[in-house]
Design a binder for this molecule. Structure first.
Ligand code: ATP
Length: 358
């Protein structure tokens, strides 16, 4: 019956004050967020912050201790995994070694009672979609790591779930393949308009694939935003430090005018957007590429201590009255030699975030 192949609408995922406790460990602490239909949202954070537990609660593999979980507006808090219309791609792929690729992918529909012939047809459709046509008779052990990963994705897609979950899907692949597979996942997600929740601890991966990122720390959400918002406007030192590199520089609020603050940093006066900087001491999180070095004299003088030529970019360590700075300059410029005096300025407001003192 063709109805198994019918296309479903992407669904939203909503957490309302969801808590998960294991004995006296609170793995997830009153977390709320929404994943819009067709978005790829990454749960990012250090080991133990609660991201896997959050993902498993979307799947129904763990039950919430408190709060509400909605998928496509439907309350699924107390539904089992089988009743949630969600599929997960596991870190280990979890393929059945004694079954062929085709049997692995057709397994889900067959268990659900779809006639074998139809299940194989559904499986073949997903295998060709994902570029594995011709390999369907092989055993998983006869495939490369990247191909096994694709089989796992095909298997998760075969029932056309409303939501697709990925738990560190690239961790078993080498660095080069990781990049390609993450691009494949993103392309697939966009072309099929899938709602995806994706767990990783790799900030670069998160920046590359996500519509939005939920940064977690100690069982709570530290910040949610687009990759660009998180990189350019981190709300805390934790996020500034976890995503990309940041120079943390001390500053003082001189005045505030609406959304803009005038911040004194050593001899420099900067007009910067802020959230709730208040008055007095603040920290600035300054991205290495937001700092400009000039060999002509300027207001803030420094000295280049180290220059590393890396082809597309040059990385500098610069000694200055406002602290030692890590500076990255892109483009085919002649590197500035160590020992050279430079003047330091800030390229723009982008990449210079005002963070209130905690
Ligand atoms: P990692 O990147 O290391 O997988 P994570 O961010 O995914 O970390 P979780 O696996 O969600 O973190 O774990 C969050 C916290 O809950 C940790 O302190 C962990 O030890 C604890 N925890 C997770 N699962 C269980 C369990 N089944 N029983 C007891 N404690 C658990």
């Amino acid at each position: 019956s063709r109805s198994h192949l019918s296309k479903k609408q992407a669904a939203s995922v909503e957490f309302r004050n969801v808590t998960k406790r294991y004995g006296n460990v609170t793995a997830v602490d009153s977390v709320s967020f929404t994943i819009e239909p067709g978005q790829l949202v990454t749960l990012l954070g250090p080991s133990g912050c609660g991201k896997t537990t959050t993902l498993r609660m979307i799947a129904g593999l763990e039950m919430a201790s408190e709060g509400q979980i909605l998928i496509g507006g439907r309350d699924v808090t107390n539904l089992s995994a089988a009743d949630r219309d969600v599929s997960m791609v596991f870190q280990s792929y979890a393929l059945f070694p004694h079954m062929s690729v085709l049997e692995n992918v057709a397994y889900g529909p067959i268990v659900q009672g779809v006639p074998k012939k139809d299940a194989y047809e559904m499986a073949m459709e997903k295998l060709s979609l994902i570029g594995l046509k011709g390999l369907e008779k092989r055993a998983p052990s006869e495939l490369s790591g990247g191909q096994q990963q694709r089989v796992a994705v095909a298997r998760a897609l075969v029932l056309e779930p409303q939501v697709l979950l990925f738990d560190e899907p690239l961790s078993n692949l080498d660095a080069k393949l990781r990049r390609r597979v993450r691009e494949d996942i993103r392309e697939l997600q966009q072309s099929l308009n899938l709602t995806v929740a994706y767990v990783t601890h790799d900030q670069e991966e998160a920046l590359a694939v996500s519509d939005r990122i939920i940064v977690m720390s100690n069982a709570r959400i530290a910040q949610t935003g687009t990759p660009r918002e998180l990189y350019e406007e981190p709300a805390s030192l934790f996020v500034a430090d976890f995503i990309g590199d940041a120079n943390i520089i001390a500053g003082d609020i001189a005045s505030v005018s609406g959304a803009m603050a005038r911040v004194q940093v050593g001899p420099l006066s900067l007009d910067l957007p802020h959230r709730d900087a208040g008055s007095g001491a603040v920290k600035l999180a300054v991205r290495p590429d937001a700092i400009l070095l000039d060999e002509a004299a300027g207001t803030l003088a420094g000295t280049v201590r180290k220059a590393s030529y890396l082809g597309a970019q040059v990385e500098y360590e610069v000694e200055s009255p406002i602290g030692n700075l890590f500076v990255v300059q892109y483009g085919r410029k002649e590197p500035i030699a160590p020992g050279t005096p430079v003047s330091i300025s800030f390229a723009s407001q982008r990449g210079v975030a005002v963070i209130p003192e905690a």
